[in-house]
Design a protein around this ligand. Structure first.
Ligand code: F6P
Length: 545
């Protein structure tokens, strides 16, 4: 939680704008945690309701529309219901300058090894570049290699689509090798080819694999084994079991055909070959797992929606890449949104953000964003190895609206701490029942309004304090292009926040320790040996055995 001394001193980052923002924060409601108490420091003078009455241009000032090159609406974002004013926005833009965010952005887009802890370039953006035009000379061959693989996996996707005998596609992968394609196939359901079902198996929990294998037949199923490293325990275990299940099917009569029904997506082509997988599509160590849906990791999506629509998905993301690179800071949407995220976490103490997509197709978006944001920026040490005195990535969670309203929105309206909500609404529906869509959208608007306006009541149990912040994202239609734009916006916004916080957003060493300890415990699950384990783990092990 935010450290009071650091907050008071305003010196957690040695930049003049950081200090100004620390002072400005005193005019806003701040979530403050100290031993024995969590409270809202509401010494503030800032009130959203008043902010709108005092500034007739507030919506215009704090909202922005992005169109693509053809002038079509990509997305519109209204962050006017955020706890901020023009002074804060200006100080945030100065902070971006002092923290050299644009220089880091330019380094990323010119192939600099900005993932410093792993000495890697960060070039997921290259995967959506339609041509090599404008790229630095040393990136030209990289683009051509990438484009060749892209052409191959998209041709493969088309070939699978043309085979009616393949009725099921099973993606086996976890984390970035699962969440992106899983979320996007679901989101773009109206564009998905008829006659094929898409399944995603990520967990090492055999129940998940079993539930899928019960529904499919080896001869009509394509298994995609997706793993950047091809060493991940869950994926390798599920892949081996799926292979064995296929070989044993039909009394072994199918064994020699099995390989034709397995495809590997990895940077470790050798490991895939060792498993006996003959068809593979590669990608590169400059694509982080959580940024890989644009690569061959997106194969399930490409099969689902086809090569042309997959290229549309890339086009939407590329439009946002261009905008992020070219727009001046004051009208640069990912920059502004990333800066607001910094303001909310580090200055206002908003330790969590609720994602509320009002579209059931975006059901898996909160889970996707959890990895993107929390694995990228959930860090407490700077690039230079210094411990940070400020909050970084918020906890991200959520559910599609209206479901969340009937579950946890109570806390958002009346809980003692302030948590911003991010609404995502889509203007056009892909079903014929306009009434449903009107009710859905009306609820999104009403919730954002209720959080802000609140409700006075003489009975404190019924009173809603209001003045609660939210952001409202609006898509015209949930198309491949719009989804690509939305995801790229989130990627760059996470980049901006990480750059301001001076953390490396592209490694994930925090997840290593658990993996290492699991390796130690796995053999104990058979032997029961508890030597060297702490008493709690030893007791639980004995009970599980
Ligand atoms: O694609 P892989 O190498 O199987 O890794 C899966 C996931 O595991 C992680 O390394 C975390 O454990 C993620 O960063 C990654 O997306």
């Amino acid at each position: 939680m935010m450290h009071k001394d650091a907050y008071d001193a305003g010196l957690a980052i040695d930049a003049p704008a950081w200090e100004s923002l620390s002072k400005l924060a005193r005019c806003f409601p701040v979530n403050h945690h100290e031993p024995g108490g969590y409270r809202l420091l509401d010494t503030s003078t800032f009130d959203l309701r008043r902010a709108f009455t005092e500034d007739a241009r507030r919506v215009e000032r704090f909202s922005q529309t992005l169109n693509d090159a053809d002038g079509r609406l990509l997305l519109h974002v209204d962050f006017s219901k955020s706890h901020l004013d023009e002074g804060v926005m200006q100080a945030l833009l100065r902070l971006a300058e002092e923290q050299k965010v644009c220089a880091l952005r330019d380094a990323m887009f010119s192939g600099g090894a900005i993932n410093t802890t792993e000495q890697r370039q960060v070039m997921h953006w290259l995967l959506r570049a339609p041509t090599s035009g404008g790229l630095p000379a040393d990136l030209q061959p990289v683009w051509h290699e990438m484009d060749a693989v892209r052409t191959q996996f998209l041709a493969f996707a088309e070939a699978v689509r043309a085979r009616p005998e393949i009725t099921d596609v099973v993606n086996i992968g976890i984390g970035g090798s699962d969440l992106g394609p899983r979320m996007a196939v679901r989101a773009l359901e109206p564009f998905v080819v008829q006659g094929k079902r898409f399944h995603f198996v990520s967990n090492v929990d055999g129940h998940e694999l079993q539930a899928v294998l019960r529904q499919v037949q080896p001869r009509s199923t394509l298994f995609i084994i997706a793993s950047k490293t091809f060493t991940t325990l869950e994926t390798m275990t599920n892949a081996a079991t799926a292979l064995q299940w296929s070989r044993e099917a039909e009394q072994g009569a199918w064994a020699d055909r099995v390989q034709d029904h397995f495809v590997g997506i990895t940077t470790n082509l050798e490991a895939a070959a060792q498993l006996g997988i003959r068809t593979t599509f590669g990608f590169w160590d400059w694509v982080g797992g959580r940024y890989s849906v644009w690569s061959a990791i997106g194969l399930p999506l490409a099969i689902a929606i086809g090569a042309e629509a997959f290229r549309e998905f890339l086009t939407g993301a590329h439009a946002v890449d261009r905008h992020f690179l070219e727009a001046e800071p004051a009208r640069n949407l990912p920059l502004r949104m990333g800066l607001i995220d910094v303001w909310r976490s580090s200055f206002l103490g908003h330790a969590a953000r609720c994602m509320a997509p009002y579209h059931s197709g975006l059901q898996a978006l909160p889970a996707y964003l959890q990895q993107l944001e929390m694995e990228s920026n959930g860090k407490g040490v700077s690039r230079d190895g210094e411990h940070l005195l400020y909050l970084t990535a918020p906890t991200v969670w959520g559910e599609p609206g209206t479901n969340g309203q009937h579950a946890f929105f109570q806390l958002l309206h009346q809980g003692p701490h302030v948590l911003p909500v991010e609404f995502i609404a889509v203007r056009k529906a892909h079903h014929p029942w306009q009434l449903h869509h009107r009710l859905l959208l009306a609820n999104a608007l009403a919730q954002a309004q209720a959080l802000m306006v609140g409700r006075d009541d003489p009975d404190p149990q019924r009173c809603c304090p209001g003045n609660r912040p939210s952001t409202f994202l609006l898509l015209d239609e949930l198309t491949p292009r719009a989804l690509g734009a939305l995801l790229a916006l989130y990627e760059h916004r996470v980049f901006v926040a990480g750059a301001v916080w001076n953390i490396n957003s592209f490694d994930q060493f925090g997840v290593e320790l658990g993996k290492r300890l699991a390796k130690d415990i796995i053999p104990r699950m058979e032997s029961g040996d508890a030597e060297g384990l702490d008493p709690s783990t030893a007791d639980l092990l004995a009970r599980l055995l």
